[in-house]
Design a protein around this ligand. Structure first.
Ligand SMILES: Cc1cc2nc3c(=O)[nH]c(=O)nc-3n(C[C@H](O)[C@H](O)[C@H](O)COP(=O)(O)OP(=O)(O)OC[C@H]3O[C@@H](n4cnc5c(N)ncnc54)[C@H](O)[C@@H]3O)c2cc1C
Ligand SMILES: NC(=O)c1ccc[n+]([C@@H]2O[C@H](COP(=O)([O-])OP(=O)(O)OC[C@H]3O[C@@H](n4cnc5c(N)ncnc54)[C@H](OP(=O)(O)O)[C@@H]3O)[C@@H](O)[C@H]2O)c1
Length: 254
């Protein structure tokens, strides 16, 4: 089942093409072909900054499996074909992200790739509310490619409204380890420890990578050990505690 279906991501149509003897009785068709499920995308703006608007930052899903047939995401391929003025039906769901009620509380946003979407909503909302203690760790392949909202971040940074740190993973020389957001967090250990431990900063992590959230947690944990004098065990428990308190919030997908 795994080798034939899941791993190569064979579609129902491809299976039926291979087993032509299969005749599906009409009354079972809807048992076999499930209805399309809705796809979720994070809102990438604050309605205070852009009233009555919803911005999205979407990666168009395209990949190949061992079958070598190009696979395309159902919803994102369709979205990519839309023209200005086209209408679509959407629903809006409440997300997990809340903001610190006290405006003096700093926030640390970690959103590589399309993970930057909810971070933009948070940062715009905070800046609109007049609070500038915002830090963003963003990561993409190159400063010139997928540098989502780069000009906006640089503008906020130049106005003193944001501390902007970007990891361009593929801009370094070949063969050298790629730079990721967690590496910048390790470089900034003293500041991270000060913000999280002393100032009670809220931390947000979002993105599409499976391994990124754990690596970011480990980098924050490392800052608490090297700069805050905590033991590994204490720092680990501290991360669990702030997550329980709702001060570390993750919105990740794969
Ligand atoms: C809360 C939440 C917020 C999200 N926010 C955003 C956002 O802001 N921006 C954004 O771009 N996405 C976001 N996503 C992810 C998005 O919903 C999915 O990528 C969605 O599946 C895309 O729909 P699709 O129909 O185009 O792709 P689908 O047809 O659903 O195909 C996606 C599926 O293809 C498979 N797949 C994809 N790449 C590969 C690969 N390289 N190898 C093997 N299999 C693969 C995976 O099983 C994946 O689930 C979010 C998801 C969640 C749950
Ligand atoms: N074909 C393209 O040109 C292109 C461009 C962008 C995205 N995409 C696809 O779009 C999808 C989602 O893209 P996305 O923009 O959300 O993310 P993404 O571009 O895949 O990743 C964003 C950044 O995170 C880095 N990253 C990878 N693994 C990480 C880890 N373990 N910890 C921390 N950072 C890590 C990436 O580096 P590295 O990728 O260098 O390792 C990249 O710099 C992916 O399937 C991606 O393959 C395609």
């Amino acid at each position: 089942m795994y080798e034939y279906c899941q791993r190569p991501r064979r579609t129902i149509r491809e299976v039926l093409e291979e087993f032509r003897s299969v005749k599906i009785p009409r009354e079972y068709v809807f048992d076999l072909f499930p209805p399309l499920r809705p796809r979720q995308f994070s809102i990438a703006n604050s309605v205070k900054t852009h009233p009555r608007k919803i911005h999205l930052c979407i990666a168009i899903v395209q990949y190949r499996t061992m079958l070598k047939i190009p696979r395309r995401g159902v919803c994102t391929s369709w979205l990519a074909g839309l023209k200005p003025g086209d209408q679509l039906q959407i629903g809006v769901q409440k997300g997990f992200i809340t903001l610190p009620p006290d405006l003096t509380t700093p926030v640390i946003c970690v959103g590589p790739g399309t993970g930057v979407a909810p971070m933009r909503a948070i940062i715009q909302e905070r800046i609109h509310d007049g609070t500038y203690e915002n830090t963003l760790y963003f990561g993409c392949r190159s400063a010139l490619k997928d540098h989502h909202y780069g000009k906006e971040w640089e503008q906020y940074a130049s106005e003193g409204k944001l501390t902007y740190r970007a990891a361009f993973s593929r801009d370094g020389p070949e063969g050298v380890q790629r730079t990721y957001v967690q590496q910048l967090i390790r470089e900034d250990a003293a500041r991270i420890c000060e913000l999280v431990d002393k100032r009670g900063a809220w931390v947000y992590i979002s993105g599409s990578s499976n391994k990124m959230p754990a690596a970011v947690r480990a980098a924050i944990q490392n800052a608490l050990v090297t700069e805050g004098g905590q033991t590994e065990e204490e720092a680990k428990e501290y991360i669990v505690k702030i997550e329980k308190e709702g001060r570390l919030i993750e919105e990740c997908w794969s």
